[in-house]
Design a binder for this molecule. Structure first.
Ligand code: DGT
Ligand code: CA
Ligand code: CA
Length: 571
């Protein structure tokens, strides 16, 4: 056992004691000892064996006894007991700037929060502001802290990981020693940012597979190479982990390595309750250790009495309970989308003409496409004057006559001014088939004002959709500190469809908000915010976000028949 491991343990104990509220001198003693051991220039095991621990300044009898126990047995009873009182996972919360032990303790005791995911959800849902010593500002600071942490810990946007993953998978599929291969981890769950890429394969020749994996063109260096796990770093510094298992275990391993960790923890305890043991090798009988299932993921869920849970739902947000009672939603499918409402053309700041966009939409088998260019005040994006709106409408009319197997909706992404009024007169707004209201300027206002601004905009009779409602840009700009409940209430009241913007750095509404909208009976609308035809392919990130928010077909306007959409928009 090396010195750092011992030091780390002592630091952990100090943190846990801090959270428990123990006195300062006690926790300080652990930290001082940890520091001394970190810089010790001999092996701690030697000091233990020769009973010289107490010679190290800062280590008294009690600590020496604990260190000795840990070094000789590999565990420490005191630490194990402490972890029963306060879950160890909670320690990662301390790494978020602005969160000290007192706050972490309150989050745990009042809301049962033990992970960053839960904390993010609680902040997003506005659950912290009512706790003693917290407020809306704390929520915002915590969200900022989490974002900052993700940024600095090198997470990439979903689309970047998606591209890399797809290419790597294509390459692996050509390996003759691989029987099955799949993406796992957060990418399989379509999370909005990805820490590292996880791939799972089955094979009888793991070493050959690992060598093939490490020889991929995009590899910058091999971090570690073993026969069950190999990790490489790609040229863009994205880490990729490959695990190789036997065919018999492929399903159980896929379940395990897809995560999320929180989902898995629940799954394992459910298995234990039913007399099973679940791990990455399979589902076993707890008593006899006999292998029961493991080849197919579906079998694992089935054996535990659950309906199959789609990877996008595996975030421990109630999916396991819903799967026991057969109440899981039938998620919107990646093929259910009949068109895209949010596309910019050369009329404003898009790169392609409407006709080129239409042809590309046909290739995607869309039944309709919505052209939503910017409004007049947005000069940097060549927003359209009222006269140009008219000309654009004429062009769309012509194209609608020319192409009869696709319908083109003439829309706009109209700016919402600071006071909530819109950038076009009602007369002009009325001339569009649909109106996205959107904020692009004057972002510096507090949450209350911004909520009012958006609500006022939705109250305009001609506004049909609210574009990227929270304004966040992942890793670059935080969401407005909106009163989400008020916003949703207003959307419901005014029959406004809320956008799930599919552009990878927006994904706005996010999964949690999308679910809140669904739960209130609000219909969402998907748009890619494409500024070139290439961006039309972002749609699947929007669908994934909808699926992560438990949305079904009926919850998304883009899945309706063209006839129904026209009817709804005419209202
Ligand atoms: P990421 O990479 O941060 O975007 O998120 P994930 O979910 O891909 O996490 P990662 O790469 O650390 O691990 C991949 C999966 O492996 C994870 O979702 C669940 C499983 N896993 C990893 N470590 C543990 C663990 O300590 N316990 C359990 N139950 N599952 C784990
Ligand atoms: Ca991962
Ligand atoms: Ca990983």
């Amino acid at each position: 056992m090396n010195n750092q491991t011992v030091a780390d343990l002592l630091y952990k104990i100090a943190d846990l004691l801090d959270i428990r509220g123990d006195n300062f001198f006690k926790t300080r003693a652990y930290r001082i000892a940890a520091q001394k051991i970190e810089v010790l220039d001999e092996d701690i095991e030697a000091a233990v064996n020769e009973k010289r621990l107490q010679d190290i300044p800062g280590i008294g009898d009690a600590l020496a006894k604990k260190i000795q126990e840990f070094v000789s047995t590999g565990t420490l009873d005191y630490f194990e007991r402490l972890k029963k009182e306060i879950p160890e996972g909670i320690l990662q919360l301390l790494k978020i700037p602005t969160l000290g032990p007192k706050k972490v303790a309150a989050l745990y005791k009042e809301l049962g929060i033990t992970t960053i995911e839960q904390l993010r959800d609680a902040c997003t849902e506005g659950k912290l502001r009512d706790l003693d010593g917290f407020g809306e500002i704390t929520e915002r600071n915590i969200l900022r802290g989490i974002q900052l942490k993700e940024k600095t810990s090198g997470r990439v946007l979903l689309n970047v990981a998606y591209e890399e993953g797809r290419n790597y998978l294509e390459y692996l599929k050509q390996c003759k020693d691989i029987k099955q291969v799949s993406i796992a981890g957060s990418l399989r769950r379509w999370k909005e940012t990805i820490g590292d890429l996880d791939i799972l394969a089955s094979s009888d020749e793991p070493d050959a597979v690992m060598s093939y994996f490490a020889s991929y063109d995009g590899v910058q260096r091999v971090i570690l190479q073993g026969s069950t796990k190999t990790s490489v770093l790609l040229h863009n510094d994205l880490q990729v982990d490959l695990r190789v298992v036997s065919t018999k275990s492929f399903g159980a391993a896929l379940q395990y390595f897809t995560g999320s960790k929180e989902h898995n923890v629940k799954m394992r305890s459910l298995a234990i309750k039913q007399g099973f043991k679940l791990n990455e090798y399979g589902l076993f009988d707890k008593e006899t250790e006999a292998f029961l299932v493991g080849q197919h993921e579906e079998e694992v869920y089935k054996k535990l009495g659950l309906s199959y849970i789609d990877p996008e739902l595996r975030e421990n947000r109630g999916e396991i309970k819903a799967a026991t009672t057969k109440k899981l939603p039938t998620l919107v499918d990646y093929n259910d989308i009949a068109g895209d409402f949010h596309v910019h053309s050369t009329w404003s700041d898009g790169a392609d003409t409407i006709e080129v966009i239409v042809q590309q939409a046909q290739k995607r088998d869309y039944e309709f496409i919505g052209i939503a260019d910017h409004s007049q005040s947005l000069k940097i994006a060549q927003g359209l004057s009222e006269e140009r709106v008219e000309k654009k409408r004429k062009e769309i009319e012509k194209l609608n006559n020319k192409y009869d197997d696709i319908h083109i909706f003439c829309g706009t992404e109209c700016d919402i001014k600071s006071d909530g009024t819109l950038d076009y007169s009602n007369k002009v707004l009325q001339s569009f088939d649909f109106v996205y209201a959107a904020v692009h300027m004057g972002l510096k206002m507090d949450g209350k004002e911004m909520t009012k601004r958006l609500v006022t905009a939705m109250q305009n009779d001609y506004v049909t959709f609210l574009a990227h409602p929270t304004g966040r840009l992942i890793g670059r700009r935080e969401a407005y500190a909106l009163d989400m409940n008020k916003l949703l209430e207003a959307a419901k009241e005014t029959n406004t469809f809320l956008e799930i913007n599919a552009f990878p750095d927006r994904l706005d509404l996010n999964d949690v908000h999308a679910k809140m909208a669904k739960d209130r009976g609000i219909t969402c609308v998907l748009g890619t915010d494409a500024h070139s035809i290439k961006n039309l392919s972002f749609m699947h990130f929007g669908i994934a976000t909808a699926r992560r928010g438990w949305l079904e077909k009926k919850d998304i306007l883009n899945t309706y028949s063209l006839k129904d959409i026209k009817h709804i928009l005419e209202r």
